[in-house]
Structure formats: C-alpha cells, structure tokens
Design a protein around this ligand. Structure first.
Ligand code: NAD
Ligand code: ZN
Length: 247
C-alpha cells in the first residue's frame, strides 16, 4: 500500500487539474451505513426498492420511515478525516469534488464547491409537484412529528430531495461532472462503482488521459481499470496522502 500511496502522491503533485468522486465509503467512519455493506438492509427491505418512485407509490409511509431513521442517524454524525482532507483540497485551484453521498458531511466539513450528483437527504420537495413546491427546499426536521410529511404549499405529500434508482440526474450536475472528468488525475473513493452514470466518470477520465486512482478497502467494478489501486480506508489513506501532497 505504501508504494501505491507514493505513486498517487507523485501523480497528484504533477497534476494541474484533479477531480475526486466519493461514495458511501467515505462516510462509514462517521457511522453511516453503506447500502451494499452488511448494515445496508433496513427492516429486511432492500434500499433499491425503498429508494424508488415505485416504492414511494406503494408505501410512502414505509419509505419515509426509512428516510426519517437515516436522517436521525446522519443528524448526529460528524465529518471524519476523509471529509476534512477533501474539504481542504476544494480550496486548491483546479480541484473538483463530486459526491454520490446525500448525507451533507462534505458540506459540514467545509467542502466548497461540491457537485452533489444524487441530491441531499436534508432537502424535500412536493411529490405532485405543485408550482410552489417543485424546487427542493431544506428541512432539517428529524424526526418528523408525523409521517409521511406534507407539502406546506398544497397539502399533498413531500418526497426526499434525493435522486432515486431509475431517476435522471440533474443535467447541470452531469454536465459539470463530465467537464471535471477531463482532468490530469481522477480519484474514485469509497464507491462500489456500480451505480451509473456516476460509475462512468472514472472511465471517461481515463479515456481523456487522466491518471486514475481508486481508494477502497475492497475490490470494485473499477479496480481492474484504474492505474493506481490503493486498498485501504479513505479516512486513513487520504490523511497519509495529504501529508505527501500539500495543497
Ligand atoms: P456502496 O454502498 O455501493 O459502496 C460503498 C463502498 O465503500 C464499497 O465499495 C466499500 O468497499 C467502500 N468502503 C467501505 N468502507 C470504506 C472506507 N472506510 N473507506 C473507503 N471505502 C470504503 O455506495 P455507493 O457506491 O456510494 O453507491 C450507493 C448509492 O447510495 C449512492 O448513490 C449514494 O447516493 C447512496 N448512499 C449514500 C449514503 C450517504 O450519503 N452516506 C449512504 C448509503 C448510500
Ligand atoms: Zn405541494
């Protein structure tokens, strides 16, 4: 691992433009379960079934119970050293941070700017949607006094402001991430690389000639494709990398 960290630090030092994309693995050290890990199931329900339009149509209360529980877990979570290092790197010219996470921990650590590909669990919007409730707004209530919560504008239900399985990503976010994939070094950190289009950016980066680096304790769909594979935890590897690569 030391050799691969050294190789990564060398590539970072040589780079003018750097893009990092994170997944649920950067937040496990903050106590937030991933979807695909052992703790991913909630009351025996698969996230893929809950986090979907069909799931919400079938049982909005069940879906909201799950989000209400996740919001309570996340509410008390603190950023870990992986979030801190990446937040510091966002202040470097030419650095872009993209996340698939919805938990708000990059923002809490001070990451700015940040491309949030899958929305935010701290935002809600009207399910219908009514005119006034079409755009997501922040609502920190956790737990909600009654489930499912209602739209203050029209009285129908609200839904979480996240991108569900089967839904399209915001096209401006995709455009920004696609532009950022054209970089000198692309890091993919703590993601299983199975959810598209997010999983495609590392491949795009490589086809543009970027040095690609993966940080993950496990092998993933991307492992065979990247130039440098660092088998380790984000919160440890990033701290070591940041000591060899000053912003
Ligand atoms: P995933 O659950 O599919 O994969 C998590 C990855 O993190 C795995 O490859 C695992 O090996 C790795 N990992 C675990 N601990 C790690 C650590 N300490 N350091 C580095 N890597 C570690 O997550 P995903 O790829 O992000 O895709 C899941 C989807 O679900 C995303 O779309 C995301 O929006 C959503 N999600 C978000 C959160 C969150 O916001 N925290 C949590 C769960 C799921
Ligand atoms: Zn409404």
């Amino acid at each position: 691992m030391t050799d691969s960290i050294q190789a990564a630090a060398d590539a970072l030092r040589r780079a003018r433009t750097i893009t990092a994309m994170t997944g649920a693995g950067v937040s496990t050290a903050s106590g937030i379960p991933t979807f695909r890990g052992a703790d991913g199931l909630w009351k025996k329900n698969r996230p893929e079934l809950l986090a979907s339009r069909e799931g919400f149509e079938n049982d909005p209360r069940l879906v909201w119970e799950w989000y209400d529980w996740r919001r309570q877990v996340i509410r008390d979570a603190k950023p870990n050293p992986a979030h801190d290092v990446l937040a510091a790197w966002t202040r470097r010219p030419g650095f872009t941070l993209i996340t698939q996470n919805v938990d708000g921990l990059h923002e809490k650590a001070g990451a700015d700017p940040l491309i949030r590909l899958h929305g935010s669990i701290w935002h809600v919007r009207c399910w219908q949607p009514c005119d006034a409730g079409r755009r997501p707004w922040r609502d920190d209530t956790a737990p909600f006094p009654a489930l499912p919560p209602k739209c203050p504008h029209c009285g129908d239900l609200v839904r979480p402001g996240v991108v569900w399985f089967g839904e399209n990503l915001d096209h401006e976010d995709v455009a920004a991430a696609t532009a950022a994939a054209r970089c000198d070094v692309f890091l993919t950190i703590g993601t299983s690389s199975v959810v598209y289009p997010a999983a495609g950016f590392v491949h795009q980066a490589r086809s543009y000639g970027a040095v690609t680096i993966e940080i993950n304790p496990e092998t993933t769909e991307a492992s065979g494709e990247v130039d440098i594979s660092i088998r380790g935890k984000a919160e440890e590897v990033l701290v070591e990398l940041s000591s060899k690569f000053e912003v």
